[in-house]
Design a binder for this molecule. Structure first.
Ligand SMILES: Nc1ncnc2c1ncn2[C@@H]1O[C@H](COP(=O)(O)OP(=O)(O)O)[C@@H](O)[C@H]1O
Ligand SMILES: [Mg+2]
Length: 364
């Protein structure tokens, strides 16, 4: 049997800036062809980690292996990586084509070969025919594409992207997100994306490492991160999560019995305790879309809680309600699709809410 090595292997990577402990024991593997994201709030160490992979930062201790090779003291230009920076660093006095071909000047390739590679790279990023244009005349989105083409033309094994879309407005950012994902599938290069935008990470990634304060809190697929966060901090950072106080009553086999504020006695599967089964005092997490308001005439076999609408946020396709359950101190957020014939409730309305015990997550 042949077992392939991961393309990138980090083992217990530590980084100090003077006394400041910026990376606190990072261990992870990234497979060839993966779209991998580093996600976390500003200052948690994402850029530092990306730069240690690229070779722009030395590690204080720990091991970085790329393609099975120890990268200790290997400079950035001798690593199989290429970086696309947050500020695109386009040369404004050059043409688009000269910018894209810049890294190939010293490659020994002929002018004709370089021109063909530039055309191919421009086509990949949707800028076919832009080669002769002046780079300074491009829009933000086009500059980002040029920066991408300039990195892709070097055919790196790993493309490192540090918040490449953060300067773009919302519509363009969303468009570039799906284009970047399509491009990654097409070229098959491993992408490592740094972002503080949880939605962006969910949309684009095969796997995500969620970082806080120099450590990885959870490394998982988008679905697993969203459905089964290992602690409240991750649950709160990814999407919206409601929390209720809970008390663990006991465990029988895989079944964990819990008493939940406002919901009463609930039995959970061990799988719903991704951070481990807590001892006694605990909290329950539930996503807004995992609860449903029952409208007039609707019935259900599921459990029901009753409450009062305290706030309404109408978004067109969805409505977000704050609902204060009887016996629960803080209102919970519940999201409902706006369907034909479904009325939008108002502040002060009483409502019945159904929920499914399988959607609950238990935290210590
Ligand atoms: N060259 C440096 N010297 C000192 N501190 C730094 C340096 N680079 C980053 N830091 C600090 O390390 C922490 C992580 O920074 P960074 O990796 O840029 O975070 P992120 O990219 O997640 O926003 C921050 O507190 C930052 O101030
Ligand atoms: Mg950063």
């Amino acid at each position: 049997m042949t077992t392939r090595r991961p393309l990138i292997e980090l083992h217990d990577v530590q980084k100090y800036y003077g006394d400041y402990h910026a990376l606190r024991g990072i261990t992870l593997d990234i497979e060839e062809g993966e779209f991998f994201s580093l996600l976390g709030p500003s200052g948690c160490g994402k850029t530092t980690l990306l730069r240690t992979i690229a070779g722009f930062e030395d590690v204080s201790s720990g091991v970085v292996l790329l393609d099975g090779q120890d990268m200790d003291r290997v400079p950035p230009n001798l690593r199989p990586t290429n970086m696309v920076f947050q500020s695109y660093a386009i040369f404004p006095h050059l043409t688009v084509g000269q910018n894209v071909g810049f890294g190939l000047r010293k490659s020994g390739k002929s002018k004709v070969e370089i021109a063909a590679a530039v055309d191919e790279a421009l086509e990949m990023v949707g800028l076919k025919g832009y080669g002769a244009r002046a780079a300074h005349a491009l829009s933000g989105g086009q500059r980002q594409r040029v920066a991408l083409a300039r990195a892709l033309i070097l055919k790196p094994k790993v493309l490192l992207l540090d918040e490449p879309l953060s300067a773009l407005d919302k519509k363009l950012r969303e468009q570039m997100q799906s284009e970047l994902r399509r491009l990654q599938r097409q070229v098959g290069i491993t992408f490592i994306l740094v972002t503080h935008d949880q939605e962006e990470a969910l949309i684009m990634s095969d796997r995500i490492a969620v970082m806080f304060e120099g450590s990885i809190a959870q490394l998982d697929s988008p679905q697993q991160l969203y459905r089964r966060p290992v602690n409240r901090k991750v649950g709160d950072f990814i999407g919206v999560m409601n929390f209720l106080q809970a008390r663990v009553l006991g465990q029988t086999g895989r079944m964990v019995s819990v008493d939940v504020e406002g919901l009463g006695h609930v039995d959970l599967d061990e799988e719903q305790c991704p951070g481990g089964v807590p001892e006694d005092e605990a909290s329950i997490g539930i996503r807004p879309e995992m609860m449903s308001i029952l409208f007039e005439g609707e019935t259900t076999a599921k459990r029901i809680a009753e409450g009062q609408v305290t706030e309404v946020e109408y978004l067109g396709d969805m409505t977000y309600y704050d609902v204060k359950f009887d016996g629960v101190e803080k209102p919970l957020v519940i999201s409902m699709k706006n369907l034909v014939g479904r009325k939008v409730l108002e502040r002060g309305d009483r409502c019945r809410v159904t929920w499914d015990a399988r959607s609950l997550v238990l935290f210590g």
